[in-house]
Ligand binder design. Structure first.
Ligand code: ATP
Ligand code: MG
Ligand code: MG
Length: 379
């Protein structure tokens, strides 16, 4: 069988590898960490950095096609691999997703609404920021995730201090918006430009990290859902994107929709598709990268996903204690997914729990019971 490669060894890579293996492929993971979740389960684990010429050459030798699970793989490495094999998404698309300023400019080009914002790369730009953008959130243009590299600022003085504290690196200041809720859409775009999508996800974030995703028919007003879907498609088309792309949105209190950011890969908010859809986001990734047909996924069950952060291991003190999985698994429709990370840490994504059931109400009741058992705050 052919070997499929993934750059990055985190949980997204692990779940991709598991899907690829289920479909009979061999897998190769490039990640320097010997205990990376994907490396642990892959046929091949190339343990070098993402820019290492030998590691990349080994990937090119082994693989029929390569994808990425880590957002910050250098675009140049993807371009290099693309000289000899199929690479999706392309370096050019990933490069835009890696830079909030370029990303915002792309959204504007596509005609999708974005938060009022300003790019701050110099003291002059800092001084010239309009007071209309405050209170706001200062975000580093590159490398941020799970709310890291972000500071909330209310005054010009706080803004100046925050930029200093972030190391005076290129940043984007975004106006703080009155959110009603958040949602996201996962689209998969094939080499022929054909697009399929997962149903629109309704997301709850806590402390800048995704906590809960809820999906069922009409989890959002239909007009909002179709607006999000159309916006996600134009963002993907505008990039001539090939692969799985997640587009995150804010729904404002007046009901209007604003695009937040994109992730050029499967996304935490799409994990429910493993158990609630007839095609998972990881199978979509595989179909895109290998040129297999894309069929429109169908949600066959209402679902809630609960993220399992390392915090749950510290409910009883500083010594980590494994949560009581058996008690959770007594509940109907609970699908436990753990990533094989040895060290629980606060804020670290250790796994997730997909809950399926006959009705949204039943799923919600089960999810609240599971949350109570695990010490996750109700939602
Ligand atoms: P991810 O892990 O999704 O990549 P990130 O670190 O890139 O996250 P953002 O998505 O920019 O961070 O922001 C994280 C969360 O902070 C958002 O989901 C939202 O809850 C809140 N947030 C971010 N920007 C704004 C804003 N302009 N107004 C209000 N809330 C915001
Ligand atoms: Mg992000
Ligand atoms: Mg985000």
């Amino acid at each position: 069988g052919a070997t499929l490669g993934v750059l990055g060894g985190g949980q997204l890579g692990r779940m991709f590898v598991q899907e690829a293996q289920a479909m009979g492929y061999f897998t190769a993971v490039l990640d320097a960490d010997a205990t990376s979740p994907a490396g642990l389960v892959s046929h091949h684990h190339i343990r070098t950095g993402y820019e290492d010429a030998q590691g990349l050459a080994e990937m090119a030798r082994l693989c029929a096609a390569v994808t990425t699970e880590f957002e910050n793989v250098p675009a140049a490495s993807l371009d290099l691999l693309a000289q000899t094999l199929r690479v999706s998404p392309a370096g050019s698309a990933v490069a835009i997703a890696q830079d909030r300023a370029a990303e915002k400019a792309h959204f504007v080009r596509c005609g999708v609404p974005v938060a009022p914002h300003a790019v701050i790369e110099s003291p002059e730009q800092l001084a010239g920021v309009s007071a209309d953008l405050l209170p706001g959130i200062l975000k580093t243009a590159r490398m941020g995730y799970d709310g890291k590299g972000q500071v909330r600022v209310a005054t010009p003085a706080e803004l100046a201090t925050a930029w200093q504290d972030l190391g005076r690196v290129p940043c984007v200041l975004e106006k703080m918006l009155p959110l009603a809720h958040e949602c996201s859409v996962i689209v998969a775009r094939g080499q022929d430009g054909c697009i399929v999508h997962l149903p629109v996800q309704r997301n709850l974030h806590r402390g800048g990290i995704l906590a809960v995703t809820e999906v069922y028919d009409e989890n959002l007003p239909p007009a909002q859902a179709s607006q999000a879907l159309e916006a996600a498609k134009s963002v993907a088309n505008g990039l001539r994107y090939v692969g799985v792309l997640c587009v995150e949105f804010f729904v404002l209190q007046d009901g209007s929709l604003v695009v937040n950011e994109i992730a050029p890969r499967p996304h935490n908010s799409g994990h429910y598709s493993q158990d609630a859809c007839d095609v998972s986001q990881f199978e979509l990734q595989l179909r895109c990268m290998t040129g297999l047909p894309l069929v429109q996924p169908r949600l066959h069950s209402p679902t809630i996903m609960l993220n399992l952060l390392g915090d749950l291991w510290f409910a009883h003190g500083e010594q980590p204690v494994v949560p009581d999985w058996a008690q959770v698994l007594q509940l109907p429709g609970c699908h436990l997914r753990l990533y094989g990370k040895a060290q629980p840490k606060r804020g670290r994504k250790m796994g997730h729990l997909n809950i399926t059931g006959a009705t949204p109400e039943a799923v919600r009741a089960t999810a609240l019971k599971a949350a109570a058992i695990l010490g996750i705050a109700p939602f």
